[in-house]
Design a binder for this molecule. Structure first.
Ligand SMILES: O=C(O)[C@H]1NCC[C@@H]1O
Length: 345
Protein backbone atom coordinates (compact mmCIF):
# COMPACT_ATOMS: atom_id res chain seq x y z
CA UNK A 1 0.00 0.00 0.00
CA UNK A 2 1.72 3.25 -1.09
CA UNK A 3 -0.31 5.51 1.24
CA UNK A 4 1.32 6.96 4.33
CA UNK A 5 -2.00 8.41 5.52
CA UNK A 6 -5.69 7.82 4.85
CA UNK A 7 -8.36 10.02 6.39
CA UNK A 8 -12.15 9.75 6.36
CA UNK A 9 -13.63 13.21 5.99
CA UNK A 10 -17.24 14.37 5.76
CA UNK A 11 -17.50 17.60 3.74
CA UNK A 12 -19.85 20.18 5.25
CA UNK A 13 -20.65 23.90 5.20
CA UNK A 14 -22.50 26.16 7.60
CA UNK A 15 -24.24 29.10 5.95
CA UNK A 16 -21.53 28.99 3.23
CA UNK A 17 -18.43 28.47 5.38
CA UNK A 18 -16.71 25.12 4.84
CA UNK A 19 -16.19 23.09 8.00
CA UNK A 20 -15.19 19.59 6.92
CA UNK A 21 -15.09 16.96 9.66
CA UNK A 22 -12.49 14.19 10.09
CA UNK A 23 -14.37 11.12 11.26
CA UNK A 24 -11.60 8.54 10.96
CA UNK A 25 -7.89 7.99 10.46
CA UNK A 26 -6.50 10.06 13.36
CA UNK A 27 -5.90 8.61 16.83
CA UNK A 28 -6.47 10.44 20.09
CA UNK A 29 -3.52 12.27 21.68
CA UNK A 30 -2.61 12.87 25.34
CA UNK A 31 -4.08 15.84 27.22
CA UNK A 32 -6.11 16.62 30.32
CA UNK A 33 -8.12 19.25 28.46
CA UNK A 34 -9.03 19.86 24.84
CA UNK A 35 -6.70 22.86 24.95
CA UNK A 36 -3.84 20.47 25.89
CA UNK A 37 -4.78 18.36 22.87
CA UNK A 38 -4.83 21.48 20.69
CA UNK A 39 -1.26 22.25 21.82
CA UNK A 40 -0.23 18.63 21.17
CA UNK A 41 -1.56 18.79 17.58
CA UNK A 42 0.06 22.18 17.03
CA UNK A 43 3.46 20.93 18.18
CA UNK A 44 3.47 17.30 17.05
CA UNK A 45 0.73 16.59 14.50
CA UNK A 46 0.38 19.83 12.57
CA UNK A 47 1.12 17.96 9.34
CA UNK A 48 -2.55 16.81 9.30
CA UNK A 49 -3.85 20.39 9.33
CA UNK A 50 -1.35 21.40 6.64
CA UNK A 51 -2.19 18.39 4.47
CA UNK A 52 -5.94 19.02 4.59
CA UNK A 53 -6.11 22.83 4.39
CA UNK A 54 -3.27 23.63 2.02
CA UNK A 55 -3.41 22.95 -1.70
CA UNK A 56 -3.90 20.64 -3.51
CA UNK A 57 -6.40 19.04 -1.09
CA UNK A 58 -7.58 22.25 0.56
CA UNK A 59 -8.01 25.89 -0.31
CA UNK A 60 -7.76 29.25 1.45
CA UNK A 61 -11.44 29.45 2.41
CA UNK A 62 -12.00 26.31 4.45
CA UNK A 63 -11.65 24.75 7.90
CA UNK A 64 -11.39 21.15 9.05
CA UNK A 65 -12.58 19.75 12.36
CA UNK A 66 -11.27 16.70 14.14
CA UNK A 67 -13.61 14.68 16.33
CA UNK A 68 -11.86 13.22 19.40
CA UNK A 69 -12.95 11.65 22.67
CA UNK A 70 -13.84 14.43 25.13
CA UNK A 71 -11.64 15.21 28.14
CA UNK A 72 -14.56 16.40 30.27
CA UNK A 73 -16.80 13.45 31.25
CA UNK A 74 -19.90 15.66 30.92
CA UNK A 75 -19.35 15.97 27.14
CA UNK A 76 -20.64 13.66 24.40
CA UNK A 77 -17.71 14.35 22.06
CA UNK A 78 -14.66 16.54 21.77
CA UNK A 79 -13.46 18.35 18.70
CA UNK A 80 -10.56 20.50 17.55
CA UNK A 81 -10.90 23.23 14.96
CA UNK A 82 -8.22 23.59 12.31
CA UNK A 83 -8.05 26.87 10.41
CA UNK A 84 -5.42 27.97 7.88
CA UNK A 85 -3.29 29.89 10.39
CA UNK A 86 -4.32 28.47 13.75
CA UNK A 87 -6.25 25.97 15.81
CA UNK A 88 -9.21 28.09 16.90
CA UNK A 89 -10.21 27.50 20.54
CA UNK A 90 -13.87 27.74 19.44
CA UNK A 91 -15.70 28.42 16.19
CA UNK A 92 -19.40 28.86 15.52
CA UNK A 93 -19.64 27.70 11.90
CA UNK A 94 -17.42 24.72 12.76
CA UNK A 95 -19.57 23.80 15.78
CA UNK A 96 -22.66 23.82 13.55
CA UNK A 97 -20.90 21.66 10.92
CA UNK A 98 -19.49 19.22 13.50
CA UNK A 99 -22.86 18.80 15.21
CA UNK A 100 -24.58 18.23 11.87
CA UNK A 101 -22.03 15.58 10.90
CA UNK A 102 -22.12 13.86 14.33
CA UNK A 103 -25.92 13.57 14.14
CA UNK A 104 -26.55 13.02 10.42
CA UNK A 105 -23.95 10.24 10.17
CA UNK A 106 -25.16 8.57 13.37
CA UNK A 107 -21.91 9.03 15.35
CA UNK A 108 -24.22 10.38 18.07
CA UNK A 109 -27.85 9.19 17.93
CA UNK A 110 -30.26 11.83 16.66
CA UNK A 111 -33.44 12.41 18.68
CA UNK A 112 -36.30 14.15 16.91
CA UNK A 113 -37.50 16.86 17.21
CA UNK A 114 -34.63 18.06 19.46
CA UNK A 115 -31.20 16.58 20.15
CA UNK A 116 -29.19 18.17 22.91
CA UNK A 117 -25.52 17.37 23.30
CA UNK A 118 -22.44 18.77 24.95
CA UNK A 119 -19.22 19.31 23.02
CA UNK A 120 -15.80 19.64 24.63
CA UNK A 121 -13.79 22.38 22.92
CA UNK A 122 -10.44 24.01 23.60
CA UNK A 123 -12.38 27.04 24.89
CA UNK A 124 -14.60 24.99 27.23
CA UNK A 125 -17.88 23.08 27.19
CA UNK A 126 -20.47 24.11 24.62
CA UNK A 127 -24.06 22.86 24.85
CA UNK A 128 -25.68 22.37 21.49
CA UNK A 129 -29.39 22.09 20.68
CA UNK A 130 -30.21 20.71 17.25
CA UNK A 131 -33.68 20.86 15.70
CA UNK A 132 -34.00 17.57 13.81
CA UNK A 133 -36.57 16.25 11.37
CA UNK A 134 -36.55 13.16 9.18
CA UNK A 135 -32.87 12.47 9.82
CA UNK A 136 -31.83 16.06 9.04
CA UNK A 137 -30.46 18.75 11.36
CA UNK A 138 -32.70 21.66 10.43
CA UNK A 139 -30.78 24.08 12.63
CA UNK A 140 -28.14 23.99 15.33
CA UNK A 141 -27.98 26.43 18.25
CA UNK A 142 -24.90 26.53 20.46
CA UNK A 143 -24.52 28.08 23.90
CA UNK A 144 -21.09 29.58 23.51
CA UNK A 145 -18.51 30.23 26.19
CA UNK A 146 -18.86 33.57 28.03
CA UNK A 147 -17.85 36.45 25.77
CA UNK A 148 -16.51 39.79 26.90
CA UNK A 149 -14.83 43.02 25.91
CA UNK A 150 -11.17 43.82 26.58
CA UNK A 151 -11.14 47.30 25.03
CA UNK A 152 -13.72 49.67 23.58
CA UNK A 153 -12.66 52.42 21.23
CA UNK A 154 -8.97 51.46 21.45
CA UNK A 155 -7.01 53.87 19.27
CA UNK A 156 -3.88 52.83 17.44
CA UNK A 157 -1.71 53.95 14.54
CA UNK A 158 -1.84 51.66 11.53
CA UNK A 159 0.98 52.09 9.00
CA UNK A 160 -0.36 53.55 5.77
CA UNK A 161 -3.80 54.27 7.27
CA UNK A 162 -3.24 56.51 10.30
CA UNK A 163 -5.25 56.43 13.53
CA UNK A 164 -7.89 53.71 13.71
CA UNK A 165 -10.32 53.02 16.55
CA UNK A 166 -11.13 49.37 17.28
CA UNK A 167 -12.89 47.24 19.87
CA UNK A 168 -11.18 44.11 21.18
CA UNK A 169 -13.34 41.25 22.44
CA UNK A 170 -13.34 37.50 23.15
CA UNK A 171 -16.11 35.41 21.58
CA UNK A 172 -14.33 32.03 21.59
CA UNK A 173 -11.55 33.59 19.48
CA UNK A 174 -9.80 36.92 20.11
CA UNK A 175 -11.36 39.61 17.90
CA UNK A 176 -10.56 43.05 16.63
CA UNK A 177 -13.82 44.76 15.61
CA UNK A 178 -13.70 47.73 13.25
CA UNK A 179 -16.56 49.89 12.00
CA UNK A 180 -16.12 49.55 8.20
CA UNK A 181 -17.27 53.16 7.63
CA UNK A 182 -14.55 54.45 9.98
CA UNK A 183 -11.93 53.37 7.43
CA UNK A 184 -14.00 54.53 4.44
CA UNK A 185 -15.36 51.08 3.50
CA UNK A 186 -18.63 49.15 3.37
CA UNK A 187 -19.19 45.44 3.88
CA UNK A 188 -19.95 44.86 0.21
CA UNK A 189 -18.32 42.59 -2.35
CA UNK A 190 -16.98 45.55 -4.37
CA UNK A 191 -14.70 46.49 -1.43
CA UNK A 192 -13.36 42.94 -0.93
CA UNK A 193 -9.72 43.64 -1.78
CA UNK A 194 -9.52 46.69 0.49
CA UNK A 195 -11.39 44.97 3.34
CA UNK A 196 -9.00 42.01 3.33
CA UNK A 197 -5.91 44.19 2.97
CA UNK A 198 -6.89 46.73 5.65
CA UNK A 199 -8.25 44.00 7.89
CA UNK A 200 -4.94 42.13 7.94
CA UNK A 201 -2.96 45.34 8.40
CA UNK A 202 -5.12 46.57 11.29
CA UNK A 203 -4.96 43.14 12.93
CA UNK A 204 -1.16 43.08 12.71
CA UNK A 205 -0.97 46.61 14.16
CA UNK A 206 -3.11 45.51 17.13
CA UNK A 207 -0.90 42.42 17.57
CA UNK A 208 2.14 44.64 17.95
CA UNK A 209 0.54 47.09 20.39
CA UNK A 210 -1.84 45.16 22.70
CA UNK A 211 -2.08 41.53 23.84
CA UNK A 212 -5.38 40.47 25.41
CA UNK A 213 -4.99 37.43 27.70
CA UNK A 214 -7.90 35.18 28.65
CA UNK A 215 -8.17 35.39 32.45
CA UNK A 216 -9.11 31.70 32.83
CA UNK A 217 -6.63 30.27 30.31
CA UNK A 218 -3.59 32.53 29.90
CA UNK A 219 -2.35 30.29 27.06
CA UNK A 220 -5.12 31.93 24.99
CA UNK A 221 -3.73 35.34 24.16
CA UNK A 222 -3.37 37.83 21.34
CA UNK A 223 -5.87 38.79 18.65
CA UNK A 224 -6.01 36.47 15.64
CA UNK A 225 -9.13 37.50 13.70
CA UNK A 226 -10.88 40.72 12.67
CA UNK A 227 -14.50 41.69 12.03
CA UNK A 228 -15.62 44.65 9.93
CA UNK A 229 -19.00 45.78 11.22
CA UNK A 230 -21.94 47.71 9.83
CA UNK A 231 -24.30 49.55 12.22
CA UNK A 232 -27.37 47.88 13.76
CA UNK A 233 -30.63 48.30 11.89
CA UNK A 234 -34.15 47.21 12.80
CA UNK A 235 -36.04 44.80 10.53
CA UNK A 236 -39.48 43.50 11.54
CA UNK A 237 -38.74 44.54 15.13
CA UNK A 238 -35.41 42.60 15.24
CA UNK A 239 -31.92 44.01 15.55
CA UNK A 240 -29.92 43.12 12.43
CA UNK A 241 -26.37 43.84 11.30
CA UNK A 242 -24.14 42.90 8.40
CA UNK A 243 -20.51 42.02 9.05
CA UNK A 244 -17.60 40.32 7.45
CA UNK A 245 -14.81 38.55 9.27
CA UNK A 246 -11.32 38.49 7.79
CA UNK A 247 -9.81 35.10 8.56
CA UNK A 248 -6.03 34.81 8.33
CA UNK A 249 -4.05 34.79 6.17
CA UNK A 250 -6.61 36.99 4.40
CA UNK A 251 -10.03 35.86 3.21
CA UNK A 252 -13.66 36.32 4.25
CA UNK A 253 -15.64 34.00 6.45
CA UNK A 254 -18.50 32.99 4.17
CA UNK A 255 -20.84 32.59 7.15
CA UNK A 256 -21.86 35.41 9.52
CA UNK A 257 -19.16 33.96 11.86
CA UNK A 258 -20.32 32.47 15.14
CA UNK A 259 -17.48 33.56 17.42
CA UNK A 260 -17.52 36.97 15.70
CA UNK A 261 -21.25 37.21 16.43
CA UNK A 262 -20.52 36.49 20.12
CA UNK A 263 -17.74 39.10 20.25
CA UNK A 264 -20.09 41.61 18.59
CA UNK A 265 -22.87 40.84 21.08
CA UNK A 266 -20.40 41.45 23.93
CA UNK A 267 -19.57 44.86 22.40
CA UNK A 268 -23.23 45.69 21.68
CA UNK A 269 -24.15 44.83 25.27
CA UNK A 270 -21.25 46.81 26.73
CA UNK A 271 -22.30 49.86 24.70
CA UNK A 272 -26.00 49.56 25.63
CA UNK A 273 -27.16 48.56 22.13
CA UNK A 274 -28.32 44.98 22.86
CA UNK A 275 -30.12 43.73 25.95
CA UNK A 276 -30.31 40.25 27.40
CA UNK A 277 -32.92 38.22 25.49
CA UNK A 278 -33.18 40.52 22.45
CA UNK A 279 -32.87 38.76 19.07
CA UNK A 280 -29.84 39.77 17.02
CA UNK A 281 -29.63 38.61 13.40
CA UNK A 282 -26.14 38.70 11.97
CA UNK A 283 -25.60 38.59 8.18
CA UNK A 284 -22.56 37.56 6.18
CA UNK A 285 -21.13 39.11 3.04
CA UNK A 286 -22.95 36.43 1.00
CA UNK A 287 -26.27 37.25 2.72
CA UNK A 288 -26.52 34.18 4.98
CA UNK A 289 -27.70 34.64 8.55
CA UNK A 290 -27.19 33.47 12.14
CA UNK A 291 -29.86 34.23 14.74
CA UNK A 292 -28.53 34.94 18.20
CA UNK A 293 -29.28 36.36 21.62
CA UNK A 294 -27.70 36.95 25.00
CA UNK A 295 -29.08 34.29 27.36
CA UNK A 296 -27.50 35.69 30.52
CA UNK A 297 -24.78 37.75 32.10
CA UNK A 298 -21.78 36.52 34.06
CA UNK A 299 -18.23 37.44 34.97
CA UNK A 300 -14.93 36.09 33.66
CA UNK A 301 -12.11 37.19 35.92
CA UNK A 302 -12.75 40.89 36.38
CA UNK A 303 -14.64 41.20 33.07
CA UNK A 304 -18.42 41.55 32.79
CA UNK A 305 -19.39 38.88 30.21
CA UNK A 306 -22.41 37.85 28.17
CA UNK A 307 -23.58 34.26 27.66
CA UNK A 308 -24.27 34.15 23.90
CA UNK A 309 -26.38 31.64 21.99
CA UNK A 310 -26.11 31.47 18.20
CA UNK A 311 -28.10 29.38 15.71
CA UNK A 312 -27.48 28.50 12.07
CA UNK A 313 -27.72 25.68 9.55
CA UNK A 314 -25.25 23.29 7.93
CA UNK A 315 -25.31 20.86 5.03
CA UNK A 316 -23.18 17.81 4.30
CA UNK A 317 -21.55 18.15 0.88
CA UNK A 318 -19.43 15.02 0.46
CA UNK A 319 -17.96 11.84 1.92
CA UNK A 320 -14.26 11.73 1.11
CA UNK A 321 -11.24 9.49 1.58
CA UNK A 322 -8.22 11.79 1.67
CA UNK A 323 -4.92 10.01 1.08
CA UNK A 324 -1.24 10.88 1.09
CA UNK A 325 0.81 8.84 -1.34
CA UNK A 326 4.20 8.25 0.27
CA UNK A 327 5.90 9.51 -2.92
CA UNK A 328 3.88 12.78 -2.99
CA UNK A 329 6.45 15.62 -2.96
CA UNK A 330 4.02 17.84 -0.98
CA UNK A 331 3.17 15.92 2.21
CA UNK A 332 2.09 19.18 3.87
CA UNK A 333 0.70 20.77 0.70
CA UNK A 334 1.61 24.23 -0.55
CA UNK A 335 0.25 27.75 -0.99
CA UNK A 336 0.44 29.96 -4.08
CA UNK A 337 0.09 33.74 -4.02
CA UNK A 338 -2.75 33.93 -6.53
CA UNK A 339 -5.10 32.22 -4.05
CA UNK A 340 -3.38 32.89 -0.70
CA UNK A 341 -2.41 36.21 0.79
CA UNK A 342 1.36 35.99 1.28
CA UNK A 343 2.68 38.23 4.03
CA UNK A 344 6.34 39.24 3.90
CA UNK A 345 8.12 38.34 7.16
O1 LIG B 1 -18.01 30.88 12.88
C1 LIG B 1 -16.89 31.10 13.35
O2 LIG B 1 -16.71 31.31 14.54
C2 LIG B 1 -15.75 31.04 12.40
N1 LIG B 1 -15.96 30.69 11.02
C3 LIG B 1 -14.62 30.53 10.43
C4 LIG B 1 -13.75 31.39 11.28
C5 LIG B 1 -14.37 31.38 12.67
O3 LIG B 1 -13.82 30.33 13.42
Amino acid sequence: MPFSRTLSVVGCHAEGEVGDVITGGVLDVPGNTMYDKLVYFLNKRDNIRQLLLNEPRGRSSMNTNLILPPCDPRADAGFLIMESEEYAPMSGSNTICTTTVLLETGMIPMKEPITELTLDTAAGLVVVTAKCEAGKCKSVAFDNVPSFVFKLDYKLQVPGIGEVSVDIAWGGMMYVLVDAASVGLKVEAQYSTQLVDLGERIKRAVQSSYTPVHPENPRIKGVSILAFTEPLTIEDGCKVAVNTVVVSPGRFDRSPCGTGTCARMAVLHATGQLKEGEIFKHRSIIGTEFTSHIRGITKVGSYQAVLPTVAGRAWITSFKQIVLDSSDPFPEGFRVGDQWRMVPN
